[in-house]
Design a binder for this molecule. Sequence first.
Ligand code: ATP
Ligand code: AMO
Length: 463
Amino acid sequence: TGVGDLDEAAAGRSVLIRGAAQAIRPVSKKMAFVVLRESMSTVQCVLVASADAGVSTQMVRFATSLSKESIVDVEGVVSLPKEPLKATTQQVEIQVRKLYCINRAIPTLPINLEDAARSEAEFERAEQAGEKLVRIGQDTRLNYRAIDLRTPANQAIFRIQCQVENKFREFFLSKKFVGIHSPKLISGSSEGGAAVFKLQYNGQPACLAQSPQLYKQMAICGGFERVFEVGPVFRAENSNTHRHLCEFVGLDAEMEIKEHYFEVCDIIDGLFVAIFKHLNENCQKELETINRQYPFEPLKYLEKTLKLTYEEGIQMLKEAGTEIEPMGDLNTEAEKKLGRLVKEKYGTEFFILYRYPLAVRPFYTMPCYDDPAYSNSFDVFIRGEEIISGAQRIHTPELLTKRATECGIDASTIASYIESFSYGAPPHGGFGVGLERVVMLFCALNNIRKTSLFPRDPQRLVP
Ligand code: ATP
Ligand code: AMO
């Protein structure tokens, strides 16, 4: 039996459960309460000294001497409380018969779990009541992540993340994509940028892969038609923002295109509508748990994902008074504003913006056939922030060499990649998703560090 399984139906049953002693409340020499927690669930254990139950006053004393977060086994009988329980998730109690401490925690933990689990509203209420509560900053939480991860919200966040990844795999397998693993030790930058971690590879200069980009395309050249990958992505970003990590989980896909790169957008539409539905229908407990600490509005999305051209987006921003350079990139603020405008006008917080100016996209992006100043590319947004970049790719070596050179990349450094397109390469396109961003934005969390188990940002390598 797990703590989360304990409900009214279990009343009268003997159970053996293991959990962390989240709270210990002595009442008298003869009575004490111990709240046991297992992942997102908590239950109240009642110790009453009585000869009938075989519970001694020593046992009650032993229970009250436990340090918080010690791991405890409890044997007892499930009972119904006299009044609804406010402090626990489970609405039953356990009348303890036996209690064993499996492993003690140190007496004073570096962060107090109850403080770590409080919502902003709780802090505000306490402040108004003149009570002093300790707010635990993001950095302190991350320093003691092994404790911080125990909060119900964190337990829920990483369960949601697992579901997103799982749904991603499931969806791609159902669409006949093949899962691949591309190398993470590579010879140069794959996105054409400078943000790479450099290292020595048996005496040769090398770097950590900035994306599976070149290799997922070469897998298409290798005859796989449709591929996907879930793997680490490394970016030597010097971006101390709420949404940049130096290592994140990339969900990548690449596929042959038969007629139009919108076939790739259709995959994204199907994939994300399936993910959102799955989360809303099957992860209610997790979403409610996150909501208790970090309240958020459910994501608004349409059954058929809205697609807007970049020009339409610029036009909407212009009409709302934001001047954007028509052929430049959108900055974070403009993206957020566009997110708000689209929500007002179309009632969705999930949309695809396509046909970006070629100049703001990576060298491998296919220019538009009708106007090469634009490209067959797109970004996808949740609540006004980017979660996906994607595009049709150039599949001829001549144009690829030309575009690489125009983008300041020495084509000889990516010769084997470019050559792959001279052996017979089908038209293709794909996209890359940042897993941590999807979870952060679906749950409207304010910092990507909350959705990375042990985040790597420009400052943090430990723990
Ligand atoms: P990509 O996936 O293309 O890297 P991204 O979301 O990581 O997208 P960038 O393309 O690197 O973002 O940049 C997009 C926008 O993010 C920039 O136009 C800029 O406004 C903002 N941005 C990036 N880095 C920083 C930073 N260090 N500080 C503030 N804003 C930043
Ligand atoms: P891009 O560089 O836009 O595209 O990355 C794809 C997606 O990855 C996420 N992302 C990040 N997440 C956390 N921290 C970061 N520093 C970070 N940088 C990017 C975002 C982004 O949308 N090869 C292309 C994809 C493709 O065209 O297939 C690429 O890497 O969610």
